[in-house]
Design a protein around this ligand. Structure first.
Ligand SMILES: C[S@@+](CC[C@H](N)C(=O)[O-])C[C@H]1O[C@@H](n2cnc3c(N)ncnc32)[C@H](O)[C@@H]1O
Length: 240
């Protein structure tokens, strides 16, 4: 039976792919990935560019950046059909996903849509380094220590949600922070947390940008690949 294998290829630095992920990539006949925008390579395609062989078939899949559930479901079903043209003939497909495959990744939706088409297709996942781990390393900060509780907010959090989460977490990670950065900055200022907060964009890539402390950055024009981290712990626990 054919296998759809999701490979987490890490946050950007191609050396952060696991050996297992790299080996499966080397052996793959068909490599699927989220298509880039405007004729440019997507981040996943960029990360694996140096690892691809000319004999491998590349399968860019379109996943729109929208919130409408119906549009998204249509895209997942269309992508599943494209992948299934190979799987249905007994050819394994690998899907490479930036970061980790089970951490806010399109792979989960793609795999579910493929299983609806054909429940006999096997799904496999090879984990990768996800962006909060990479960002903490870039900052030289232990992400969590001792009994720290870690909260990850995926997107579209409201300010009252921040206060609620901050009530119990020692470390908070805000994904997709680009569109709400200004509001979050004011919230951090109000709570005297600007000194203990950082934004990392394009972690581990040559385009990496680090902003910390956030005191001097009330406004920032950030790329999509940006996240914000804030610690209750004081910055004297930096490990570099
Ligand atoms: C759809 S989620 C994908 C998460 C990814 N699967 C992972 O394991 O990190 C996209 C969000 O992840 C964060 N992100 C992913 N890669 C990043 C990187 N290299 N640097 C900073 N943030 C990143 C950003 O907040 C971005 O908006």
């Amino acid at each position: 039976m054919a296998i759809l294998c999701g490979i987490g290829i890490g946050p950007g630095d191609p050396e952060l792919i696991t050996l297992k992920g790299w080996r499966r990539l080397q052996q793959a006949r068909v490599i699927a990935f989220p298509a880039g925008r405007g004729g440019r390579r997507g981040i996943a395609e960029e990360i694996i560019a140096g690892y691809k062989h000319p004999w491998q078939t590349c399968l860019p899949l379109e996943f729109p950046y929208v919130l409408e559930q119906a549009v998204l479901e249509q895209a997942w079903q269309k992508a599943a059909k494209e992948v299934y043209t190979y799987l249905g003939q007994g050819t394994d497909v690998v899907f490479v996903s930036e970061g980790d495959v089970s951490f806010y990744s399109t792979f989960s939706y793609l795999a579910a849509a493929v299983q609806v088409l054909d429940p006999t297709i096997q799904i496999e996942a090879i984990p990768g380094v996800c962006s909060p781990l990479a960002a903490a390393a870039s900052l030289g900060m232990p992400l969590t220590l001792g009994s720290d509780r870690l909260a990850v907010l995926p997107a579209m959090y409201h300010l009252d949600e921040l206060a609620q989460v901050w009530g119990w977490a020692e470390v908070m990670v805000l994904m997709k922070v680009r569109s709400v950065y200004g509001q979050v900055w004011h919230w951090l200022k109000e709570h005297h947390l600007l000194e203990q907060a950082a934004v990392v964009s394009w972690a581990t890539t040559p385009k990496q940008q680090i902003y910390t402390p956030l005191t001097d950055f009330p406004t920032l024009t950030l790329p999509y690949f940006s996240l914000l981290m804030v610690w209750k712990r004081q910055s004297n626990l930096r490990n570099v």
